[in-house]
Design a protein around this ligand. Structure first.
Ligand code: KG4
Ligand code: ZN
Length: 340
């Protein structure tokens, strides 16, 4: 591309868990977004941190190179490097931060450390329509389940969080009990489309806007144990109906709190973000609630729901405009979150 002096060209790197991703953003628009997914964790039924870190090291140079080439951008033209500082796995984050620092020193351009959870929320500013401030964002991933009040791109307050498991974990752990591969969320989603919600599971009674999924996990475990004792083929014979029933329960829990948050704050600009926002039933329920409660809803494109560097670039762009840079002695922050 022809570079003008005032173009803001950001290269972003995401390596918080098991996806190595790099994206190029020019003046707030995504030019490329490459993701190398680590398939080998499937065999272990979950992410193996040490393995994830090593595979990030193998992937990162190629992923960054392809992102630059697809964007038609040369490294020497970059304005800044954004990277995920946390939350995430220490070994995985270290690969991204070290690579970003190396490029920053080599190219003599600033570093921008990004909060992965803020980036999931800011994925809404990649495409149109964009939410108006203030808005509420239900951020649901493998590690987090939160309701965030977003006052501006860089001013967020957490109104509710999970007290134990995240919604994605509830999907993944159910999948493990059903003998499905990791991550089970997308597989359950697929199977659930063909079933009926014939089984019911108790929903937690938690005050305020916090969530809990550990009770549901235990009740699914006991339900399956009892039914399999009666009929060893129970899971195979009822797989789609079990998936539909579990998916109905998890998404009901999420939607009920989102409705409460909207009523409590009076905000009707409603967004969802994170890996679980790819879930079809959740998307349908958000659309249904929007018609019922007069919400404007915002649901990102699938590729911007699960972990990706385009959302890190978007957050990096806002931080660049605000002059919020990160020093070269920055370290990963595995517990970084949104203040509550
Ligand atoms: O945001 P993400 O890609 O990574 C984290 O930061 O955790 O979220 C991954 C989570 C996994 O638990 C995965 O099972 C879940 O998102 N997930 C889904 C779907 N797609 C991904 N859960 C339910 N339905 C889906 N379609
Ligand atoms: Zn994530």
């Amino acid at each position: 591309m022809t570079k003008h002096k005032n173009n803001i060209l950001i290269l972003a790197i995401e390596s918080s868990c098991d996806d190595t991703s790099a994206a190029v953003m020019v003046d707030g628009r995504v030019r490329s977004n490459e993701v190398a997914t680590q398939e080998m964790h499937r065999a272990f039924g979950g992410v193996v941190p040490e393995l994830a870190s090593r595979v990030h090291q193998e992937h990162i140079t190629l992923v960054v190179d392809v992102a630059l080439r697809h964007a038609g951008v040369q490294a020497k033209d970059l304005t800044a490097i954004a990277f995920t500082r946390g939350p995430g796995l220490m070994g995985s984050l270290l690969v991204g931060i070290s690579f970003a620092k190396g490029l920053s020193i080599g190219l003599g351009i600033p570093l921008i450390g990004v909060n992965h959870m803020e980036a999931h929320v800011l994925a809404h500013f990649i495409d149109e329509p964009k939410p108006e401030f203030p808005f509420l964002c239900l951020t649901v991933s493998g590690g987090h389940t939160e309701i965030i009040l977003v006052n501006s791109p860089l001013e967020m307050i957490r109104l509710g969080k999970t007290l134990d498991d995240a919604a994605g974990e509830a999907f993944d752990k159910t999948g493990k009990m059903l003998g499905l591969e990791y991550p089970a969320g997308p597989i359950i989603d697929q199977l659930a489309q063909k079933g009926e919600p014939r089984f019911s599971f108790p929903k937690p009674r938690i005050d305020g806007l916090d969530f809990s999924f550990s009770g549901l996990k235990t009740s699914i475990l006991y339900f399956l144990r009892d039914r399999v004792n009666e009929n060893p083929e129970f899971i195979e014979e009822n797989l789609t109906d079990i998936c539909t029933s579990v998916q109905e329960t998890i998404t009901d829990i999420l939607i009920e709190k989102l409705v409460q948050a909207s009523e409590k704050t009076g905000i009707r600009e409603i967004a969802i973000a994170g890996g679980v926002s790819a879930n079809r039933t959740l998307r349908e329920k958000v659309t249904g609630a929007s018609a019922k409660y007069g919400w404007n809803n915002y649901i990102p494109r699938l590729e911007y729901c699960t972990d990706n560097a385009a959302m890190i670039a978007m957050a990096g762009h806002f931080k660049y405009l605000a002059g919020r840079f990160t020093s070269l002695d920055a370290v990963p922050d595995v517990r970084l979150g949104i203040p509550g």
